[in-house]
Design a protein around this ligand. Structure first.
Ligand code: SAM
Length: 233
């Protein structure tokens, strides 16, 4: 065991740590880190997602796939509404999934709703029961963190899992000048992007490649002006 004094001496100097924090941004910490880590606006964006899918016909007997579900900001509302075992969430960050289950789900006393949570970096839906299909899929604030190649992969994995007549809703930050801007690396989740801006045309091209259709729904009152898309087989 290193003594406290030795450990203190090994820490990067204060100035260095200050500069690193300025460059990388401050990774959320504290008991509600998992709410900040998915972008905050916990209640507003959680309820907004639920109200949106409910307005599109989500009923308790339906199955929902929440792609990039994070710590269950929207998930909690969906889980409450859906029949037990009908909510499936997938995310690449285990700590967010754990916080969603251990803090949020337990706090809301919804464990009996038996949500199915999976960790994958590449939307590996072979982890799910092979015959499970979904009337609804949602990617809220996911495409805003992905490169076009990863969006392509996500469509290729999710679309075959839609039930007949099912829809995959996804939000994105729209490019104003028609250019494809994949933003910069995320400050601490380095395999993600931040500040992406994509034109609808890019999604039309990706949808054509995946042999599916895409509808521009546009403004759905997201507080950060993310626009909504609907992909259908
Ligand atoms: C801004 S958060 C939104 C989370 C959730 N949809 C919500 O509304 O609270 C983006 C989420 O996408 C997840 N994510 C990013 N890239 C991913 C990938 N390649 N596969 C799975 N999840 C990913 C992140 O871990 C994070 O939980």
């Amino acid at each position: 065991m290193l003594s406290r004094r030795v450990k203190a001496a090994m820490k990067p100097p204060k100035l260095f740590r200050w500069i690193r924090r300025k460059i990388r941004g401050k990774e959320p910490s504290g008991p509600t880190w998992h709410r900040a880590a998915v972008g905050g606006h916990w209640d507003t964006i959680g309820r907004l997602q639920f109200a949106f899918l409910e307005s599109r016909g989500l009923q308790p007997q339906h199955y929902l796939l929440d792609v990039g579900c994070g710590s269950l900001r929207g998930g909690l509302h969906f889980i409450r509404h859906l029949d037990a075992g009908h909510y499936f969430g997938i995310d690449h960050e285990q700590a967010l999934l754990d916080a969603g289950r251990e803090v949020e789900l337990a706090g809301a006393r919804l464990e009996h709703k038996d949500p199915q949570l999976f960790r994958s970096d590449d939307f590996d839906l072979s982890l799910l029961p092979p015959d499970r299909t979904f009337e609804f899929a949602l990617a809220q604030s996911l495409f805003t963190h992905l490169t076009p190649d990863m969006i392509d992969l996500c469509l290729a994995k999710v679309m075959p899992r839609l039930a007949p007549g099912g829809t995959f809703y996804a939000t994105f930050q729209e490019s104003e000048d028609g250019t494809i801007d994949p933003g910069k690396p995320h400050r601490w989740r380095t395999q993600e992007r931040r500040g992406t801006h994509y034109p609808f045309l890019m999604f039309e091209n990706l949808a054509r490649k995946a042999n599916v259709s895409v509808e521009y729904i546009g403004d759905w009152h997201h507080p950060r002006q993310q626009m909504m898309l609907a992909f259908r087989a």
